[in-house]
Design a protein around this ligand. Structure first.
Ligand code: PEP
Ligand code: MN
Length: 240
């Protein structure tokens, strides 16, 4: 799954989409509704962003993963998206979890920054218990005392999830590290640890990005990542 943090304009979204599609991404990501720490930061283009995502799908054929921020806009997002992302900050928004459980679209559930594995899996259970069984877990790093990294990517949850759950789990090394130079090594590590997929932020002008520029891969870095993952996956008994 690859694409920018946020949909910023039609041009930006389509340019990044052409790059990641050519490099072999299977799904496109991009937020139209963004959960931002500051209310003064870019909040996303809203419905206009969803329309741009629909154009990306039309042009590239890539299914769209985009965030559902609240129950008010959940149905609107579900009209456009192929997969609904629940962000880390909403992992325990139980009314939102129940809502997406009734929407019948696959859900990508991100682990909250301080969630235990029990809390993570019980949040997934809120979606499953409403009858939506298409849940993908996503490890995106947890908050620790480490200050060399935005978050601490907890790859040790992968074997644990594999042991106690049937749900697929993917890894987001972009938010998990916060720095583009760390994304490729941690992607390799995630694949080696058994991740079922990767969620990668890509931007063709990260210095101009309206959110998460420092962790966005340049398109050529994403090409390299795909190349390495394709080489590595068979070594650990997976296909890419
Ligand atoms: C995102 O995927 O851009 C995002 C906001 O992620 P998280 O909820 O993991 O911080
Ligand atoms: Mn982001």
């Amino acid at each position: 799954v690859a694409g920018p943090c946020a949909v910023e304009s039609e041009q930006q979204a389509l340019d990044v989409a052409r790059h990641v599609h050519a490099a072999g991404a299977s799904l496109y990501r991009g937020g139209a509704f963004k959960p931002r720490t500051s209310p003064y930061s870019f909040q996303g283009l809203g419905e206009e962003g969803l329309k741009i995502l629909a154009r990306v799908r039309q042009e590239t054929g890539l299914p769209i993963v985009t965030e559902v921020l609240d129950t008010d806009t959940a149905e609107l997002v579900a009209e456009y998206a192929d997969c609904l992302q629940i962000g880390a900050r909403n992992m325990q928004n139980f009314s939102l979890l129940k809502k997406v459980g009734r929407l019948r679209k696959p859900v990508l559930l991100k682990r909250a920054m301080s969630a235990t594995i029990e809390e993570f899996l019980l949040s997934a259970e809120y979606i499953l218990s409403e009858g939506n069984y298409e849940v993908i877990l996503c490890e995106r790093g947890v908050r620790t005392f480490a200050n060399h990294t935005r978050n601490t990517l907890d790859l040790s949850v992968i074997p644990y999830v594999k042991r106690i759950s049937h749900l697929p789990i993917v890894v987001d090394p972009s938010h998990g590290t916060g720095k583009r130079m760390k994304v490729l090594p941690m992607s390799r590590a995630a694949v080696a640890a058994g991740s079922d997929g990767l969620l990668i932020e890509v931007h063709d002008h990260p210095e101009l990005a309206l959110s998460d520029g420092p962790q966005a891969l340049l398109p050529e870095m994403f090409v390299q990542l795909m190349k390495e993952v394709r080489l590595l996956a068979p070594v650990v008994g997976r296909t890419a």
